[in-house]
Design a protein around this ligand. Structure first.
Ligand code: FE2
Length: 262
């Protein structure tokens, strides 16, 4: 079950608890995730006399910006996606110009620049692009409800019940101190047979760098909810779980994760 599957923890310089176990390692995540496509547009824009290569594009959410209303407003999406997410893309594109990272996929940049917890400068922007792309996909208009099929079966096996998973996810999202993320992730090589776990991470860190495959995320940075819920993070988390989460998307990602792990 969730955090209980972790054999030991080691605090890192950035305050994140790296869960060390027999299945740790960025290399495994890299090999498991390598097949996923990342946007590498190679489009160019001209600023004055200089040509800047825009390697990564700002990917829009898979629904209109007002599609999650009234639970997440178009105003929130226009700032969160249109300003914050856009800034991560713009900043990473500037940071990687002329470096070896220009030739790499977004996932490879995330894993390489995590550098065993000693974060290199492009890490935060690269990981935040990846995390936000993933977050938009974790929601849908008319979301909520309950998963079914293989996903529900695994949840009941690894957490005891769907309600218990929801409890753990809510607790992880509510107790992440400051900015960060709560995740449901797939462990491709569990030591105890339980493949699903809940992880919380600070700032831009995500489960990829720990060797896990993310299935679902909740953004708990204040910019995700402050315009709609001000400081009431628990209300935002409840709405996410009851009205926004896309269990269809989680099921699809589980299928891909299991295929990658096979
Ligand atoms: Fe965010």
């Amino acid at each position: 079950m969730a955090t209980a599957t972790v054999a030991a923890t080691a605090p890192l310089s950035n305050g994140f608890l790296l869960r060390r176990g027999p299945n740790e390692g960025a290399k495994s995540a890299r090999s498991l995730q390598r097949t996923k496509n990342q946007r590498q547009s190679a489009s160019s824009r001209r600023f004055g006399a200089a040509v800047i290569t825009a390697k990564f594009d700002l990917k829009p959410p898979p629904y209109p910006l007002n599609a999650l209303e009234p639970h997440m407003s178009a105003n929130t999406l226009s700032f969160h996606w249109g300003k914050h997410h856009r800034a991560y893309v713009d900043n990473l594109n500037k940071q990687i110009v002329g470096t070896e990272l220009e030739a790499k996929s977004l996932e490879d940049i995330v894993i390489q620049t995590y550098n065993d917890g000693d974060l290199l400068p492009p890490f935060n922007n690269a990981a935040q692009i990846w995390n936000h792309d993933f977050f938009w996909e974790s929601m849908k208009p008319g979301g909520g409800g309950k998963p079914s099929g293989e996903l529900l079966k695994l949840i009941e096996r690894d957490f005891g019940s769907f309600e218990k998973l929801c409890e753990e996810l809510r607790a992880a999202a509510a107790t992440q101190f400051g900015s960060g993320w709560a995740w449901l992730a797939f462990n491709p090589r569990p030591s105890d047979g339980k493949e699903l776990l809940v992880v919380k991470s600070p700032n831009a860190v995500n489960p990829l760098v720990l060797g896990y495959i993310p299935l679902l995320t909740i953004d708990v940075w204040e910019h995700a909810y402050y315009l709609d819920y001000q400081n009431r993070r628990p209300d935002y988390i409840s709405i996410f779980m009851e009205k926004l989460v896309s269990w269809d998307a989680v099921s699809a990602k589980l299928e891909v994760a299991k295929a990658q792990a096979a």
